[in-house]
Design a protein around this ligand. Structure first.
Ligand code: ADP
Ligand code: GN1
Ligand code: MG
Length: 372
């Protein structure tokens, strides 16, 4: 395994001291299970009370325009808070991410090594789930992600920065896979003949949404683009979706990317790391719950072409992510954080198994969408 850029240690107390934290630093622990950024929970003593913050290092190998990412995030946070306050929604500070300014009053801090750091208020009494537990969570999460797109319709200040160009351009991703395969930097292609064949048989799927966008049938919307279930905080007490987090990829996109990524991440009873592929299946009850929730928020907004492609979008996003894991495996594990040899390949197989499961259910899924 290569040394991933994210394994480099940092002086966390010194970095925390660069932010306007209201209290004395007590400790910092690595937090969460994200694949990209480094996340820490910081505990401070605030005049006798323990308060926590989230400190994050934005992965600048993944997000090349780190300042653009931070500007997007700051704009979205401010807009969301304003809207919640105008609407008189209670508990507003738990329903949106809130940036804590640096000592110089900026929204983020850049250290001597060029790392971009930010701090959010820690949203307490809520948590994210790597594997969904109930259909009610699925419905609530889908509604929250749908409302996120709705909320950003009138975001002031123009178009958001495209933080990762071509992020969900599946055809471009296919080109990247072909590039990795041709160079075969780690001599690993020989281990993945079946996966390569699986993907090549589905090459035509990769252009379905991008072509529909190019023809003007699918509109551009502000989407989250990383709607896996652990990017939403669910309230411990009410079990309702509380706050959409991980806003780094929020940018112009398609509703199909958000819905598809939810189907991919919330319908299987096991997570992306599961190696027993017999357990990786798309459960129809969870698909229905996601469709119910998403359409409750955006049913009146989505056009006919978008609705018609909702079942396909789950297959597409599972295929796309599996392809991204495969590409990273071929490249030598340089993009996603990995914790064991073959981790990316295992994840690829998991996502391809899920794509296969969705593929067999697309007609039934279409009937569900029609019935809603
Ligand atoms: P990554 O991009 O690496 O996935 P995230 O922004 O999703 O990073 O954060 C990782 C995890 O940290 C989340 O899944 C969530 O559990 C937790 N988290 C992030 N922000 C907050 C917050 N403001 N309050 C509480 N927990 C948070
Ligand atoms: C990454 O940051 P995180 O862990 O929420 C990735 C997503 C993938 C996801 C798969 C910027 O998301 O695109 O779907 O892993 N984010 C980026 O778990 O590449
Ligand atoms: Mg995340």
């Amino acid at each position: 395994m290569s040394i991933h850029p994210n394994t480099v240690p940092h002086d966390i107390p010194a970095i925390a001291a660069q932010f306007d934290l209201r209290g004395d630093f007590i400790n910092a622990t690595a937090y969460g299970s994200g694949n990209i950024n480094d996340t820490f929970a910081i505990t401070c003593d605030q005049a006798g009370v323990r308060v926590r913050y989230i400190l994050q290092r934005v992965n600048h190998h993944v997000f090349k325009n780190t300042a653009g990412v931070m500007e997007n995030v700051a704009r979205i946070c401010r807009h969301t808070l304003r809207r919640l306050q105008v609407d008189g929604v209670p508990d507003a500070a738990r329903r949106t991410l809130t940036l804590v300014p640096s000592r110089t009053g900026a929204d983020w801090f850049v250290d001597a090594g060029g790392n971009h750091w930010r701090v959010f208020l820690f949203i307490e009494l809520a948590r994210s789930y790597d594997v969904i537990e109930t259909t009610e969570q699925a419905r609530a999460a889908a509604e929250a992600f749908g409302n996120f797109t709705k909320l950003l319709v009138d975001l002031p200040g123009g178009r958001l920065v495209e933080t990762i160009p071509n992020f969900h351009n599946t055809m471009w991703r296919y080109g990247e896979f072909q590039r990795a395969l041709a160079s075969d930097a780690r001599n690993r292609a020989r281990d993945v003949r079946d996966e390569i064949a699986f993907l090549q048989e589905r090459k035509a799927d990769c252009s379905v949404v991008v072509d529909a966008i190019a023809r003007g049938e699918i509109p551009e919307r502000v989407t989250h683009n990383d709607t896996k279930l652990n990017n939403i905080l669910i309230d411990n007490r009410t079990q309702r979706a509380l706050c959409v987090i991980d806003l780094d990829t929020a940018m112009p996109g398609s509703a199909l990317y958000d819905f598809g990524d939810m189907v991919r991440s919330a319908t299987s009873p096991v997570g992306e790391d599961e190696r027993d592929l017999r357990k990786v299946v798309c459960r129809p009850g969870y698909f229905k719950a996601l469709a119910l929730g998403y359409l409750a928020a955006l049913g009146g907004t989505l056009n006919k072409a978008e609705k018609a492609l909702l079942p396909f979008s789950g297959k597409l996003l599972a295929l796309e992510l599996g392809m991204r894991f495969l590409t990273d495996y071929l490249d030598g594990d340089v993009y996603f954080k990995t914790t064991r040899p073959g981790h990316n390949l295992d994840r690829c197989r998991n996502q391809f198994a899920l794509a296969r499961s969705i593929e067999t259910q697309m007609e039934a899924m279409a009937r569900v969408v029609d019935s809603l």
